[in-house]
Design a protein around this ligand. Sequence first.
Ligand SMILES: O=C1O[C@H](COP(=O)(O)O)[C@@H](O)[C@H](O)[C@H]1O
Length: 803
Amino acid sequence: MHFRARKKRVFSLCLGVVVVLFWFTTYALDDGKDISVSNVIIIGATGDLAKKYLWQGFFNLFVDLHTSSHHVNLIGASRVEYSEGSRQLTGILQDHVHCPDGLSDCSQLRKEFKQQVSYAQLKTQEDYAELCRKLNEQTTAKGMIEKGRLIYLSVPPFAYAEIVANINSVCRPPTSATWLKVVLEKPFGSDLRSAQTLAAEISKHLKEEEIYRIDHYLGKPGVRNILPFRISNRDILEPVWNHKHIEYVEIALKETLDVKGRISFYDKYGVIRDVMQNHLTEIMSLVAMEIPKDLNAVADRKLQLLRDVLPVRASQTVIGQYDDYHKDWMTELSQNPGNKSYTPTFGASALFINNHRWKGVPFVLMSGKKLQEKLSYVKIVFRNVAICPTSVSWLEDKLCEPRQIIFILSQSGFQFPEILVSENFPRPNLPENTFEAEAEEGKEFSVFGKHVSKYFIYSGMPGDAYTTLIRDCYHGNKANFVSTDSLIASWKIWDSVLQELHRTEPRIYRTDQSQSGWLNFQVIGHQLQFTVQKTEEEDAFMESSLTSSYFMLDVGSFRKQPLFRGSSETVVEELAKAIYSIALEAVKERGSFHIAFSGGTTPSALFSVLVQDYQEDFPWQKMHIWMVDERCVPRSDVRSNFNSLHNSLLKHIAIPHFNVHPMPTELINGLCSFDDKGPQVYAAEMNRLLPEDRLDFVLLGVGSDGHTASLFPDSAGVNETYHRVIITPDGPADGVRYRMSMTYYTINNARNIGILVLGSDKREIIKVLDNENELSYTKYPILGVIPVNGSLQWYIDELALSD
Ligand SMILES: O=C1O[C@H](COP(=O)(O)O)[C@@H](O)[C@H](O)[C@H]1O
């Protein structure tokens, strides 16, 4: 009995254990497995942007996503230590997070949201490791599945490299089933070179699909109308969306605010870098891109469009600076009297797209601070369909009225509808109209010279750009972010004009009535000019600049060789002229013209002149293009010289495919594999094709360390006397191990050599080369360039020459 009782007790105990285990494994664990979590880390969580937009955006995302089976866990992080950081964060959540539109009471949700937010100090790699270890542990302990990890970097770009390196090494989710998305804020570089360097640095640590570069304009409701409008009105628009019907397109971002208080940042950028290269260029791509059948290909079409835009030049641009800027600049940057800033706060450029659809149509991009109104818009102005000689009043004949489509992108309040289409178009497909101003009795108002009743309109929906983009990022809608390729393509459009305009005097403007019309400009052919003449004061300045030879071409000598000096625009034009006449002569004498181009950004200014001013006349069909040097990277890599050459020159000209000679850096065994004998292959190709074994022209540059081609100071390449082409270890740290380069043997044998040096970055090296006679070519490889039986000319702009 006793035994039986014990047996029964043991049995019930076992049963109990089994039941508990069964319950635990069946319900508790399974329950856990059904719960997923998204982890969000905001770095720079107490800064201005986070305060104004990000926390609200993430609260809205939280409201969308947070359920009992999906948790959204948020960590606000910064370099500030824990107690101070979490105090600041609590304050921000308290004061800056409100109910999303459409929800009147969200107190419970706000409470839950605050409970899900914690603070972490992130300074060192250990801090990152610690935080991400905790995230992993929490997920495992709660039996949850981590769906994704979104890390938002609201910090200055100089901090990106270190942060993305930390994310990559210690903060990646533990399995590849969890996605990782890293959001970055602009500026993404300040010119082509810095953008490429930054992009290369980021790409070392993150895959392209993990990088989300934000352009907040792509989240604005007005901007997001453009593509859907084009798509849903394809039938009406497609026949007229081209150069035959569209006269010009205006894309503007006008602001009333000035930059007081942030001049230390703004002065390094100015309006072209701050707004035109990014927001306005992105918007232009939405207006002008081809619409793919498969909407997943939108990003590709956008990129294609950007690559078709011709580089902008100074002659296509006007710039201005608001009058008080100088005063604020002096104070905020503690400048000495007599100094001045050339940074433009207003800019307008006419851009041209080199494709069949848009041939010759100016896309006028403009932006300015401290203007009379805050308004951003796209205005597409159509050519008149007909001239109507028989109409008694032309105003009554709709065919004769001007037609335009306007997208309002951003405005103060709800002044205007978001889409306006002239009523003499067929009725477009627009969401139901709810524009209130129209309904208001007696409300008379015009938009761009026409009463609002003369348009088909769509009023638009309110929406906050950051909320929209945060949602897009979470859901992986990558087309609304800036890819590495399109970033670089966009900088390629703007790089030459930035160089050319460096230290160009902007027109000073006031924004009161007395100056109305002062910033008006006109497009004449491919150029842009202010319509109002300059004041006497400005004329005097121009005159003194001219006598100081800043804009004029001057001929002199540099290291005993001919020198052409002047503004960057002038020297580049002179170089283009020289190349053109040498090309004509070579074709006449030998039937072909062989030129070798160096890489880097400097030649892009030359390419834009060749494309725009010599397009019709240059003997492209007889031209052969060679490369002075190349990085051992795939051709699709932004660091590839061929990639730049292709985008800035080759694709814009009618050169036969077989006349282009990229360096053979990718053959059978990989990048610059010694077994492939790439240098010998290139040398043999030159040997076969070059008349008398000589290039007609070699274009070189000079690095700030004195290197030329890929012949670096004290490297073996400078002493190479036998081979025509070599593989050499890379000089500067741009993440590339090897390069391929022509040697002095090939370069010095050319008939003509031009050395192009632009920009103040080169001032130091030009000073050294100018003042020292006894320099060795091993230390300054540019000095090993001594033509054997040809000529050498220097083309140096005033920025590189002035002290
Ligand atoms: O990115 C920038 O955009 C703003 C204008 O944006 P908005 O949303 O206020 O229209 C501009 O003020 C700022 O300088 C620029 O960096």
